[in-house]
Design a protein around this ligand. Structure first.
Ligand code: FMN
Length: 201
C-alpha cells in the first residue's frame, strides 16, 4: 500500500469489535511510527500503550464518568482492544535546545518562550504516522482528544507530570457493519483552491 492509498483509505473508526490485536502488533506499529521527524532530533516522544480489557477499562474508568457513559455517543469506541497515547516530554526539548548548536534559538530556558511547543508537534506527527500504519495493517483507528482528562490519565498511569499529549488513538478491528458517521463527517471536504494560497493569502 502506498502512502497515497493509505491517506485515501483512512477514515476515523468509532465502532470496534472486541477481537484482540495480534500479539506484538502495537509494538511493531510504534517501532515504525516513531520514525517521524522530531525537532533537533530530540526524539522526545514516548508512548503509553494500553492493551487488553483491563488496561483499556482502566483508561475509560479514568476518563469517562459512569453518569456520562450512559449517554456517551460512541459506545463502540470502548470496545477497541488497544489505546496508544503519545506524550511529548518538554524537558527533553529544553535540554536539547540548550546545547551549543541550538543556542541561537534562545529556547533552552523556559517552556513559555516556545512559540510552538515542538513536543506536541512531534507527538502529533507520530500520531498521524501511526494512523496511516494502522490502515496498512488492515485495522482501524480513532484519534480523539483527552479534553480535561489528560491529568487524570497521567496520574492513573504514572506518566511524568510535565508530559503533554495531543490526544489518544484507539486501535482495533473495525466493526464495519456498525459504523455510524459523526456529525463532523457530514462536513464536505473543502476544495483545494480554498485552502491553498499561492504567492499570497
Ligand atoms: C485533533 C483532533 C481531535 C479529534 N477529536 C475527536 C474526538 O474527540 N472524538 C472523535 O470521535 N473524533 C475526533 N477526531 C476525529 C475527527 O472528528 C475526524 O478526523 C474528522 O471528522 C474527519 O473524519 P475522518 O477522520 O473520517 O476523515 C479528532 C481529530 C483530530 C485531528
Amino acid at each position: 500500500m502506498s502512502v497515497n492509498e493509505a491517506l485515501a483509505a483512512r477514515r476515523t473508526c468509532r465502532t470496534f469489535t472486541r477481537e484482540p490485536l495480534a500479539a506484538g502488533v502495537l509494538d511493531s506499529l510504534l517501532e515504525r511510527a516513531r520514525r517521524t521527524p522530531t525537532a533537533g532530533n530530540c526524539q522526545g516522544v514516548e508512548f503509553l500503550v494500553l492493551e487488553g480489557p483491563d488496561e483499556v477499562a482502566a483508561f475509560w474508568g479514568s476518563t469517562l464518568a459512569p453518569e456520562k457513559r450512559r449517554s456517551f455517543p460512541w459506545p463502540g469506541l470502548l470496545s477497541a482492544p488497544g489505546i496508544v497515547i503519545p506524550f511529548g516530554l518538554p524537558e527533553v526539548y529544553l535540554d536539547r535546545y540548550s546545547e551549543d548548536d541550538k543556542a541561537a534559538s534562545g529556547l533552552g530556558g523556559d517552556m513559555a518562550d516556545w512559540p510552538v511547543p515542538y513536543w506536541l508537534t512531534d507527538a502529533a506527527f507520530a500520531a498521524m504516522a501511526l494512523q496511516l500504519l494502522v490502515v496498512e495493517e488492515g485495522l482501524g483507528s480513532c484519534f480523539f482528544g483527552l479534553f480535561g482528562n489528560e491529568e487524570a490519565v497521567r496520574e492513573r498511569f504514572e506518566v511524568p507530570g510535565s508530559a503533554r499529549s495531543p490526544g489518544a488513538i484507539a486501535i482495533g478491528h473495525p466493526d464495519r457493519d456498525a459504523q455510524r458517521p459523526s456529525t463532523s463527517a457530514s462536513r464536505p471536504r473543502r476544495p483545494a483552491a480554498s485552502v491553498v494560497h499561492h504567492g499570497r493569502w
